[in-house]
Design a protein. Structure first.
Length: 402
């Protein structure tokens, strides 16, 4: 089968959509299928084109058997609603024109922003091919949840287009069971929705000894390191974690490590400096091939989202990489993600934005060796069940049904 995949994130970018698409496409090529990915020139999250690339009209390259077509888009940093929307729209237009000249049997378009889906829907109409909508985020609902935009005529227009995409797609693939329930409640037929959750490449993220050289370089000898690696966005409520860290400063040997970029990073840096929070270190984004090195130095992996009913439907992809490296997880996310962590015993969950509960679970993980070891074993079991090779084969099976 000839699969045309539309995504505005792809390696060498290192976020979750890029990793998922690359890992899946690589497995589909190994299974004997032709995969073409149309994407942007790599720039996420800073809005700066990576070294070795130039934001031009069109470029082709090969990556592990995947035909990668990069198209021009308006590039901006991962912050500011209107500029990012312009970024999304520009990619939607250029990916559509590039897709017209790609031979394909099926088109797959992935969110989180649904302008990619609009490109996929329009291509399917002109090429007379079936298309699949992969839903990684309930957009634009998430915009309202994080406060980036209130309900208005633009949001209502986006929601109307969102429903049109759901109706026209031959199949919808979502990343959580909760997403499926939500779409069904909105009138989308259950039989056209399949679930393929996120997972992990177990060859890349296997357990490894702590990198004490790195710990020494960062001046964190003797510290118990609680690390967050990922986007510093409005949804992640890292200012709450920073407040918790501030209140325990000087009382224990805990140190918080934030690694990544995003809309809120500058505000977090300002907060750290102005409030003199000494037990927090903020580092910029790191290359994908360095992520496991930094995970190795963690005593706990932190996963956090603001308190919202919407986020009860999500499963942060950070769960799987940390679990695979057997780093116990402390997580402030309710709903389906919490069910996974607790069913496998891969960590402890606290109520989002509840400082007392956060401190209680943090202390329990770092003071009880039996609980800690049990969470490490739970992480191993979790990663086995969410092997991305298995999940890629599952998604391919759904695609082939068309």
């Amino acid at each position: 089968m000839r699969i045309l995949f539309l995504t505005d994130n792809f390696p060498p970018e290192v976020n979750a959509p890029a990793s998922r698409t690359y890992d899946h496409a690589k497995e589909w090529v190994k299974a004997g299928h032709s995969v073409t990915v149309i994407t942007c020139f790599p720039n996420f999250p800073k809005g700066k084109v990576y070294d070795g690339y130039k934001n031009k009209l069109y470029q082709r390259e090969q990556m592990d058997g995947i035909e990668v077509i990069r198209v021009w888009s308006y590039i901006t940093a991962n912050k500011g609603f209107f500029k990012r929307t312009l970024d999304f729209i520009s990619y939607s237009i250029t990916s559509f024109f590039a897709g017209l000249f790609v031979n394909s049997d099926v088109i797959v378009a992935t969110s989180p922003q649904f302008f990619t889906a609009l490109s996929g829907r329009t291509l399917a109409f002109f090429k007379r091919k079936p298309w699949i909508m992969e839903v990684r985020d309930l957009w634009p609902e998430s915009i309202k949840t994080v406060g980036a935009m209130k309900d208005n005529m633009f949001i209502r227009f986006f929601e109307w287009q969102e429903m049109r995409c759901y109706r026209s797609a031959k199949k919808i693939i979502v990343v959580t069971d909760s997403f499926k329930r939500t779409l069904v409640s909105r009138g989308v037929p259950a039989e056209k929705i399949d679930v393929v959750k996120n997972g992990v490449d177990r060859l890349k993220f296997s357990p490894q000894p702590k990198d004490f050289t790195l710990i020494k370089e960062m001046g964190l000898n003797g510290k118990k390191i609680i690390g967050y690696i990922g986007t510093h966005g409005m949804a992640h409520k890292l200012d709450f974690i920073m407040d918790c860290a501030k209140h325990m400063s000087g009382k224990n040997d805990y140190h918080f490590l934030f690694i990544g970029s995003g809309a809120e990073r500058d505000a977090l840096l300002t907060k750290q400096k102005s409030e003199k929070i000494e037990n927090v270190t903020l580092l910029d984004s790191i290359p994908k091939d360095q992520v496991n090195r930094y995970i190795s130095i963690l005593d706990l992996a932190l996963i956090n989202l603001r308190k919202s009913d919407l986020f009860k439907t999500v499963i942060p992809s950070k769960i799987f990489e940390n679990a695979c490296m057997q780093i116990p997880i402390i997580m402030g996310v309710e709903g389906e993600a919490q069910e996974i962590i607790e069913s496998y015993g891969a960590g402890l969950c606290f109520e989002p934005e509840n400082e007392e509960d956060f401190n209680d679970k943090l202390n329990k993980l770092l003071s009880d060796n039996d609980v800690y070891a049990s969470c490490q074993e739970g992480g191993r079991k979790l990663s086995e069940d969410f092997d991305r090779k298995v999940l890629a084969a599952k998604m391919l099976e759904y695609i082939l049904q068309l």
